[in-house]
Design a protein around this ligand. Structure first.
Ligand code: F6P
Length: 341
Protein backbone atom coordinates (compact mmCIF):
# COMPACT_ATOMS: atom_id res chain seq x y z
CA UNK A 1 0.00 0.00 0.00
CA UNK A 2 1.20 3.53 -0.82
CA UNK A 3 0.26 6.09 1.79
CA UNK A 4 0.47 9.90 1.70
CA UNK A 5 1.05 11.85 4.93
CA UNK A 6 0.33 15.52 5.53
CA UNK A 7 0.68 17.88 8.48
CA UNK A 8 -1.72 20.81 8.48
CA UNK A 9 -2.61 23.85 10.62
CA UNK A 10 -0.38 25.40 13.31
CA UNK A 11 2.58 23.17 14.14
CA UNK A 12 2.90 21.29 17.44
CA UNK A 13 5.97 19.59 18.92
CA UNK A 14 5.60 15.89 18.13
CA UNK A 15 4.50 16.13 14.48
CA UNK A 16 7.75 14.53 13.33
CA UNK A 17 7.37 11.72 15.85
CA UNK A 18 3.93 10.90 14.40
CA UNK A 19 5.40 10.77 10.88
CA UNK A 20 8.27 8.55 12.06
CA UNK A 21 5.94 6.24 14.01
CA UNK A 22 3.78 5.60 10.94
CA UNK A 23 6.57 5.40 8.36
CA UNK A 24 8.93 3.29 10.48
CA UNK A 25 6.36 0.59 11.25
CA UNK A 26 4.78 0.82 7.80
CA UNK A 27 8.06 0.17 6.02
CA UNK A 28 9.78 -2.16 8.49
CA UNK A 29 6.82 -4.31 9.47
CA UNK A 30 4.16 -4.03 6.75
CA UNK A 31 6.01 -3.39 3.52
CA UNK A 32 4.16 -0.12 2.84
CA UNK A 33 5.42 2.81 0.81
CA UNK A 34 5.03 6.45 1.83
CA UNK A 35 5.10 9.90 0.31
CA UNK A 36 4.77 13.25 2.04
CA UNK A 37 2.52 16.10 0.91
CA UNK A 38 4.35 19.39 1.43
CA UNK A 39 2.69 22.17 3.45
CA UNK A 40 -0.53 20.44 4.43
CA UNK A 41 -3.54 20.40 2.10
CA UNK A 42 -1.71 22.84 -0.18
CA UNK A 43 0.63 20.01 -1.19
CA UNK A 44 -2.36 17.75 -1.79
CA UNK A 45 -4.16 20.10 -4.18
CA UNK A 46 -0.93 21.22 -5.87
CA UNK A 47 0.46 17.69 -6.16
CA UNK A 48 3.56 18.81 -4.26
CA UNK A 49 4.89 15.46 -3.11
CA UNK A 50 8.20 14.38 -1.58
CA UNK A 51 9.66 10.93 -0.91
CA UNK A 52 9.20 9.64 2.63
CA UNK A 53 11.33 6.65 3.47
CA UNK A 54 13.61 5.47 6.26
CA UNK A 55 16.36 8.05 5.52
CA UNK A 56 13.84 10.90 5.79
CA UNK A 57 12.49 9.81 9.19
CA UNK A 58 15.78 8.82 10.80
CA UNK A 59 16.18 10.59 14.15
CA UNK A 60 13.35 13.09 13.59
CA UNK A 61 11.16 12.33 16.62
CA UNK A 62 13.20 14.71 18.76
CA UNK A 63 12.86 17.58 16.24
CA UNK A 64 10.28 20.34 16.60
CA UNK A 65 8.30 21.67 13.64
CA UNK A 66 7.46 19.30 10.80
CA UNK A 67 9.75 17.95 8.08
CA UNK A 68 6.78 18.20 5.67
CA UNK A 69 5.96 21.85 6.35
CA UNK A 70 2.45 23.02 7.15
CA UNK A 71 -0.14 25.58 6.09
CA UNK A 72 -3.71 26.54 6.88
CA UNK A 73 -4.84 25.85 3.29
CA UNK A 74 -8.38 24.52 2.89
CA UNK A 75 -8.44 21.70 0.28
CA UNK A 76 -11.88 22.83 -0.91
CA UNK A 77 -10.72 26.33 -1.86
CA UNK A 78 -9.08 27.50 -5.10
CA UNK A 79 -8.22 24.63 -7.44
CA UNK A 80 -9.03 22.13 -4.68
CA UNK A 81 -12.06 19.91 -4.17
CA UNK A 82 -12.83 16.19 -4.21
CA UNK A 83 -12.04 15.68 -7.91
CA UNK A 84 -8.69 17.41 -7.65
CA UNK A 85 -7.67 15.43 -4.56
CA UNK A 86 -8.71 12.19 -6.27
CA UNK A 87 -6.76 13.15 -9.39
CA UNK A 88 -3.54 13.89 -7.42
CA UNK A 89 -3.88 10.61 -5.53
CA UNK A 90 -4.41 8.61 -8.72
CA UNK A 91 -1.59 10.31 -10.62
CA UNK A 92 0.79 9.48 -7.77
CA UNK A 93 -0.53 6.01 -7.05
CA UNK A 94 -1.57 6.94 -3.52
CA UNK A 95 -4.09 4.56 -1.94
CA UNK A 96 -4.79 6.38 1.32
CA UNK A 97 -3.84 9.39 3.42
CA UNK A 98 -2.92 10.09 7.02
CA UNK A 99 -3.92 13.68 7.85
CA UNK A 100 -2.35 15.12 11.01
CA UNK A 101 -4.10 18.28 12.15
CA UNK A 102 -6.63 20.06 14.30
CA UNK A 103 -10.33 20.90 14.00
CA UNK A 104 -10.06 22.52 10.51
CA UNK A 105 -7.90 19.73 9.09
CA UNK A 106 -10.14 16.99 10.43
CA UNK A 107 -13.31 18.76 9.21
CA UNK A 108 -11.81 18.85 5.69
CA UNK A 109 -10.72 15.21 6.06
CA UNK A 110 -14.28 14.26 7.01
CA UNK A 111 -15.74 15.97 3.90
CA UNK A 112 -13.21 14.17 1.71
CA UNK A 113 -13.87 10.83 3.40
CA UNK A 114 -17.61 11.30 2.99
CA UNK A 115 -16.88 11.65 -0.75
CA UNK A 116 -15.05 8.31 -0.77
CA UNK A 117 -11.41 9.32 -0.22
CA UNK A 118 -9.56 7.03 2.15
CA UNK A 119 -8.27 9.10 5.09
CA UNK A 120 -7.30 8.42 8.71
CA UNK A 121 -6.79 11.39 11.04
CA UNK A 122 -4.35 12.16 13.85
CA UNK A 123 -5.37 14.92 16.32
CA UNK A 124 -2.97 17.83 16.74
CA UNK A 125 -3.34 20.92 18.91
CA UNK A 126 -1.04 22.48 21.50
CA UNK A 127 -4.16 24.05 23.01
CA UNK A 128 -5.45 20.52 23.88
CA UNK A 129 -8.96 21.55 22.87
CA UNK A 130 -9.93 18.71 20.51
CA UNK A 131 -12.75 16.52 21.78
CA UNK A 132 -12.51 12.71 21.93
CA UNK A 133 -8.83 12.64 22.88
CA UNK A 134 -7.70 13.13 26.49
CA UNK A 135 -4.42 14.77 25.47
CA UNK A 136 -2.93 15.96 22.20
CA UNK A 137 0.81 15.84 21.59
CA UNK A 138 2.46 19.25 21.86
CA UNK A 139 0.39 20.25 24.89
CA UNK A 140 2.78 18.75 27.43
CA UNK A 141 5.72 20.48 25.75
CA UNK A 142 3.91 23.83 25.69
CA UNK A 143 3.01 23.50 29.38
CA UNK A 144 6.63 22.67 30.21
CA UNK A 145 7.94 25.71 28.34
CA UNK A 146 5.33 27.99 29.92
CA UNK A 147 6.05 26.64 33.41
CA UNK A 148 9.78 27.17 32.99
CA UNK A 149 9.11 30.75 31.80
CA UNK A 150 6.92 31.41 34.85
CA UNK A 151 9.54 30.08 37.25
CA UNK A 152 11.87 32.64 35.69
CA UNK A 153 9.30 35.42 35.85
CA UNK A 154 8.84 34.72 39.55
CA UNK A 155 12.49 35.24 40.43
CA UNK A 156 12.68 38.58 38.64
CA UNK A 157 9.26 39.51 40.05
CA UNK A 158 10.52 38.71 43.56
CA UNK A 159 13.69 40.73 43.04
CA UNK A 160 11.74 43.85 42.06
CA UNK A 161 8.62 43.26 44.15
CA UNK A 162 6.53 43.34 41.01
CA UNK A 163 3.39 41.62 39.84
CA UNK A 164 4.15 39.54 36.74
CA UNK A 165 1.49 38.77 34.14
CA UNK A 166 2.23 35.84 31.80
CA UNK A 167 0.09 35.44 28.69
CA UNK A 168 0.04 31.92 27.30
CA UNK A 169 -1.56 30.30 24.24
CA UNK A 170 -5.15 29.16 24.26
CA UNK A 171 -7.31 30.90 21.70
CA UNK A 172 -10.57 29.33 22.88
CA UNK A 173 -9.69 27.28 25.96
CA UNK A 174 -7.53 27.61 29.06
CA UNK A 175 -5.77 24.23 29.31
CA UNK A 176 -2.22 25.59 28.93
CA UNK A 177 -2.98 28.40 31.40
CA UNK A 178 -4.53 26.01 33.91
CA UNK A 179 -1.73 23.45 33.84
CA UNK A 180 1.23 25.84 33.67
CA UNK A 181 -0.38 28.16 36.21
CA UNK A 182 -0.91 25.31 38.68
CA UNK A 183 2.60 24.00 38.10
CA UNK A 184 4.16 27.43 38.67
CA UNK A 185 2.00 28.27 41.70
CA UNK A 186 0.17 31.20 40.07
CA UNK A 187 -1.88 33.54 42.26
CA UNK A 188 -4.53 33.95 39.54
CA UNK A 189 -5.32 31.95 36.40
CA UNK A 190 -7.60 33.60 33.84
CA UNK A 191 -9.17 31.41 31.16
CA UNK A 192 -11.80 32.00 28.46
CA UNK A 193 -14.19 29.51 30.08
CA UNK A 194 -14.50 31.53 33.33
CA UNK A 195 -15.70 35.10 33.52
CA UNK A 196 -13.55 36.95 36.05
CA UNK A 197 -13.96 40.57 37.12
CA UNK A 198 -11.18 43.12 37.53
CA UNK A 199 -12.18 43.42 41.19
CA UNK A 200 -11.59 39.69 41.69
CA UNK A 201 -8.18 39.83 39.98
CA UNK A 202 -7.21 42.84 42.11
CA UNK A 203 -8.26 40.96 45.24
CA UNK A 204 -6.12 37.91 44.38
CA UNK A 205 -3.10 40.05 43.49
CA UNK A 206 -3.39 42.20 46.61
CA UNK A 207 -3.84 39.17 48.85
CA UNK A 208 -0.75 37.47 47.42
CA UNK A 209 1.26 40.67 47.81
CA UNK A 210 0.07 41.16 51.40
CA UNK A 211 1.43 37.67 52.13
CA UNK A 212 4.85 38.80 50.90
CA UNK A 213 4.60 37.24 47.44
CA UNK A 214 5.41 38.79 44.06
CA UNK A 215 2.05 38.02 42.43
CA UNK A 216 2.00 35.88 39.29
CA UNK A 217 -1.07 36.17 37.04
CA UNK A 218 -1.41 33.67 34.20
CA UNK A 219 -3.81 34.60 31.42
CA UNK A 220 -4.83 32.59 28.35
CA UNK A 221 -4.75 34.64 25.16
CA UNK A 222 -8.47 33.98 24.59
CA UNK A 223 -9.51 35.49 27.96
CA UNK A 224 -11.36 38.76 27.62
CA UNK A 225 -12.17 41.34 30.22
CA UNK A 226 -15.73 41.85 29.10
CA UNK A 227 -16.64 42.92 32.58
CA UNK A 228 -14.36 45.96 32.30
CA UNK A 229 -15.97 49.31 32.98
CA UNK A 230 -15.39 52.31 30.68
CA UNK A 231 -12.38 53.58 32.59
CA UNK A 232 -10.66 50.24 32.14
CA UNK A 233 -11.61 49.75 28.53
CA UNK A 234 -9.84 53.03 27.75
CA UNK A 235 -6.75 51.09 28.71
CA UNK A 236 -7.21 49.33 25.38
CA UNK A 237 -5.93 52.54 23.75
CA UNK A 238 -2.34 53.71 23.60
CA UNK A 239 -1.12 57.25 24.40
CA UNK A 240 -2.27 58.35 20.92
CA UNK A 241 -5.74 56.90 21.31
CA UNK A 242 -4.98 53.95 18.98
CA UNK A 243 -5.87 50.36 19.84
CA UNK A 244 -3.03 48.63 21.64
CA UNK A 245 -1.31 45.96 19.57
CA UNK A 246 -0.50 43.72 22.52
CA UNK A 247 -2.72 40.90 23.72
CA UNK A 248 -4.76 40.54 26.90
CA UNK A 249 -1.64 40.37 29.10
CA UNK A 250 -0.48 43.79 27.91
CA UNK A 251 -3.97 45.14 28.46
CA UNK A 252 -4.26 43.71 31.94
CA UNK A 253 -0.89 44.76 33.39
CA UNK A 254 -1.55 48.55 33.56
CA UNK A 255 -5.00 47.93 35.03
CA UNK A 256 -3.52 45.77 37.80
CA UNK A 257 -0.80 48.34 38.44
CA UNK A 258 -3.27 51.21 38.65
CA UNK A 259 -5.74 49.37 40.87
CA UNK A 260 -3.21 47.76 43.25
CA UNK A 261 -0.34 50.24 43.25
CA UNK A 262 2.00 47.29 42.59
CA UNK A 263 4.39 47.77 39.69
CA UNK A 264 3.33 45.24 37.05
CA UNK A 265 4.94 43.81 33.91
CA UNK A 266 3.45 41.60 31.18
CA UNK A 267 5.19 38.90 29.14
CA UNK A 268 3.58 37.23 26.15
CA UNK A 269 5.11 33.81 25.60
CA UNK A 270 3.66 33.41 22.10
CA UNK A 271 5.08 30.94 19.61
CA UNK A 272 8.01 29.98 21.82
CA UNK A 273 5.48 27.58 23.37
CA UNK A 274 5.25 25.68 20.07
CA UNK A 275 8.94 25.68 19.21
CA UNK A 276 11.83 23.37 19.95
CA UNK A 277 12.08 19.74 20.94
CA UNK A 278 9.02 17.83 22.12
CA UNK A 279 8.93 16.51 25.70
CA UNK A 280 9.44 12.78 26.25
CA UNK A 281 5.68 12.42 26.94
CA UNK A 282 4.82 14.07 23.62
CA UNK A 283 7.35 11.98 21.70
CA UNK A 284 5.88 8.77 23.08
CA UNK A 285 2.26 9.87 22.56
CA UNK A 286 2.96 11.09 19.02
CA UNK A 287 4.85 7.92 18.10
CA UNK A 288 2.01 5.75 19.41
CA UNK A 289 -0.55 7.83 17.48
CA UNK A 290 1.50 7.50 14.28
CA UNK A 291 1.75 3.73 14.70
CA UNK A 292 -1.99 3.48 15.46
CA UNK A 293 -2.86 5.62 12.42
CA UNK A 294 -0.89 3.20 10.24
CA UNK A 295 -2.76 0.29 11.83
CA UNK A 296 -6.08 2.05 11.10
CA UNK A 297 -5.10 2.52 7.45
CA UNK A 298 -4.20 -1.17 7.13
CA UNK A 299 -7.54 -2.09 8.76
CA UNK A 300 -9.46 0.31 6.49
CA UNK A 301 -10.85 2.47 9.29
CA UNK A 302 -11.56 5.41 6.99
CA UNK A 303 -13.15 8.53 8.43
CA UNK A 304 -11.73 7.85 11.85
CA UNK A 305 -9.21 9.59 14.08
CA UNK A 306 -6.79 7.90 16.45
CA UNK A 307 -7.03 9.25 19.99
CA UNK A 308 -5.73 8.84 23.53
CA UNK A 309 -8.40 7.74 25.98
CA UNK A 310 -6.98 7.00 29.41
CA UNK A 311 -3.74 5.22 28.56
CA UNK A 312 -5.10 3.46 25.47
CA UNK A 313 -4.92 4.57 21.86
CA UNK A 314 -8.35 4.09 20.30
CA UNK A 315 -9.99 5.21 17.08
CA UNK A 316 -13.11 7.35 16.91
CA UNK A 317 -15.24 8.72 14.05
CA UNK A 318 -14.20 12.20 12.89
CA UNK A 319 -17.56 13.58 14.00
CA UNK A 320 -16.78 12.73 17.65
CA UNK A 321 -13.87 15.18 17.52
CA UNK A 322 -15.61 17.94 15.58
CA UNK A 323 -18.13 20.63 16.40
CA UNK A 324 -17.47 21.12 20.10
CA UNK A 325 -14.24 22.07 21.76
CA UNK A 326 -12.92 20.30 24.84
CA UNK A 327 -13.08 23.16 27.33
CA UNK A 328 -11.76 23.25 30.91
CA UNK A 329 -14.54 21.81 33.12
CA UNK A 330 -15.63 24.01 36.00
CA UNK A 331 -14.50 21.51 38.65
CA UNK A 332 -10.95 21.55 37.26
CA UNK A 333 -10.93 25.35 37.44
CA UNK A 334 -12.37 25.39 40.98
CA UNK A 335 -9.70 22.89 42.07
CA UNK A 336 -6.99 25.30 40.89
CA UNK A 337 -8.80 28.34 42.30
CA UNK A 338 -8.36 27.10 45.87
CA UNK A 339 -4.69 28.00 45.47
CA UNK A 340 -5.23 31.56 44.14
CA UNK A 341 -4.51 34.78 46.04
O1 F6P B 1 -4.32 26.76 17.83
C1 F6P B 1 -3.05 26.74 18.33
C2 F6P B 1 -2.50 28.11 18.44
O2 F6P B 1 -1.20 27.98 18.93
C3 F6P B 1 -3.31 29.07 19.30
O3 F6P B 1 -3.12 28.94 20.68
C4 F6P B 1 -2.84 30.40 18.77
O4 F6P B 1 -3.80 31.39 18.96
C5 F6P B 1 -2.66 30.13 17.33
O5 F6P B 1 -2.41 28.75 17.18
C6 F6P B 1 -1.57 30.91 16.67
O6 F6P B 1 -1.65 30.70 15.30
P1 F6P B 1 -0.56 31.19 14.25
O7 F6P B 1 0.59 30.24 14.34
O8 F6P B 1 -1.25 31.11 12.94
O9 F6P B 1 -0.15 32.57 14.64
Amino acid sequence: MRIGILTSGGDAPGLNAVIRGAVFTGIQVHNCEFVGFRNGWRGVVEGDIVPLGMPEVKGISKQGGTILGTSRTNPFEGIGGVDRVNQVMQENGIDAMIAIGGEGTLAAAKRLTDAGIRIVGVPKTVDNDLSATDYSFGFDTAVGIATDAMDRLRTTGDAHDRCMVAEVMGRHVGWIALHSGMAAGAHAILIPEQKTSVDQIVEWVTHAHDRGRAPLVVVAEGFSLDTMDDAHSERGLDAFGRPRLGGIGELLAPIIEERTGIETRATTLGHIQRGGTPSAFDRVLATRLGMAALRSVLDGHWGRMVALQGTEIVHVPFEDALGRLKTVPEDRYLEAKVLFG
